[in-house]
Design a protein around this ligand. Structure first.
Ligand code: ADP
Ligand code: MG
Length: 246
C-alpha cells in the first residue's frame, strides 16, 4: 500500500485555542427591578496570560467571574473554554469541566471548616479518576508547593489568613487547571500576606499558568500582563492581543 507524502506541520504554527473566548456574553437579572449586570462583551484570554480585571464595586466583576467559572450561565452570547462551547453542555458536563479545568481563589478562601488542609485539597479532585493514593500524593505535593507541607492536618480555623489562602491556592492548582480564577484574592489579607500571594501568582505565571484576577487594588493589577477595565457592566475594548482576522 502506498502512502501519500506526509504533510509536516510544526505544532507551533497551529494556533492554539484561547483558554477564554467570550462572544457577546452578557448577564441580566429579571428583577424586579431588572438589572444588566454585564452588557454583552467580547474577551479573549490566551494560554499563559496573566490578566487583571479592575472596576469599582458593583461594576460587574463578580458576575463576570461567575460566568467564566461556569458557576453561572450567560443570558446572551457564547463562552468557549479551551475551545469548548460551554452553552452546549448539560449541568453534569459543566460541573465536570469546571472541576477539571478551573481553579478558584476567593477573597474569603471558601475552605470547608471541618476538613483539614489536606482534605480540602483532596476534595477538589472529585472529578479526577486516579486512585485515592495518587490524589492524596497530589494534595500533599500541592500543599508543599505553597509552603504548607507541615500543616497537612490543620483545620482552617487554626490557620492564619495567609495560610488559609495558600491552602485555597493549593486546592486551585491540584488538578493542573487550564485557568485560575481569583476574586479579590488579597482582599482579606494584611500587606505581608498579600505580597506573598502576589509573589506566588508571579511564579504561577512564570510556570505557564493562565491567571485571571479580579481586583480593585491597583497594586495587584500592576503585576498582571494586561488589565481589562469594567465599569457599569461594560468591559473595555477587545483584547489587544487578539489576532487580526485573516
Ligand atoms: P462587583 O463584583 O463588581 O462588585 P457584581 O458583579 O457583584 O459587582 O454586581 C454587578 C451588578 O449586578 C450590581 O448592580 C449587582 O447589584 C447586580 N447583581 C449581581 N448579582 C445579582 C443578582 N443575583 N440579582 C440581581 N442583581 C444582581
Ligand atoms: Mg464582587
Amino acid at each position: 500500500m502506498s502512502r501519500a507524502p506526509a504533510e509536516v506541520v510544526p505544532a507551533e504554527v497551529v494556533p492554539a485555542e484561547p483558554v477564554i473566548r467570550l462572544d457577546g456574553v452578557g448577564r441580566s437579572f429579571a428583577g424586579p427591578p431588572p438589572v444588566t449586570a454585564l452588557h454583552p462583551c467580547d474577551l479573549t484570554v490566551r494560554a499563559g496570560e496573566y490578566v487583571a480585571v479592575t472596576g469599582p464595586s458593583g461594576s460587574g466583576k463578580s458576575t463576570l467571574l461567575h460566568l467564566l467559572g461556569l458557576l453561572d450561565t450567560p443570558t446572551s452570547g457564547r463562552y468557549l473554554l479551551d475551545g469548548i462551547d460551554t452553552g452546549e453542555l448539560g449541568d453534569r458536563e459543566r460541573s465536570t469541566l469546571r472541576g477539571r479545568r478551573i481553579g478558584f481563589v476567593f477573597q474569603s478562601f471558601h475552605l470547608l471548616p471541618h476538613r483539614t488542609a489536606e482534605e480540602n485539597v483532596l476534595l477538589a479532585q472529585v472529578y479526577n479518576r486516579t486512585p485515592r493514593e495518587r490524589r492524596l500524593a497530589a494534595a500533599r505535593a500541592a500543599l508543599r508547593q505553597v509552603g504548607l507541607g507541615h500543616r497537612l492536618d490543620a483545620l482552617p480555623t487554626t490557620l492564619s489568613g495567609g495560610e488559609r489562602q495558600r491552602v485555597a491556592i493549593a486546592r486551585a492548582l491540584v488538578n493542573d487547571p487550564s485557568l485560575v480564577l481569583c476574586d479579590e484574592p488579597t482582599g482579606n489579607l494584611d500587606s505581608a500576606n498579600a505580597a506573598a500571594v502576589l509573589e506566588r501568582f508571579d511564579r504561577l505565571h512564570a510556570e505557564g499558568y493562565t491567571l485571571l484576577v479580579i481586583t480593585h487594588d491597583p497594586a495587584v493589577a500592576a503585576r498582571a500582563g494586561r488589565t481589562v477595565r469594567i465599569a457599569d457592566g461594560r468591559l473595555d475594548g477587545p483584547a489587544p492581543d487578539r489576532p487580526a482576522a485573516r
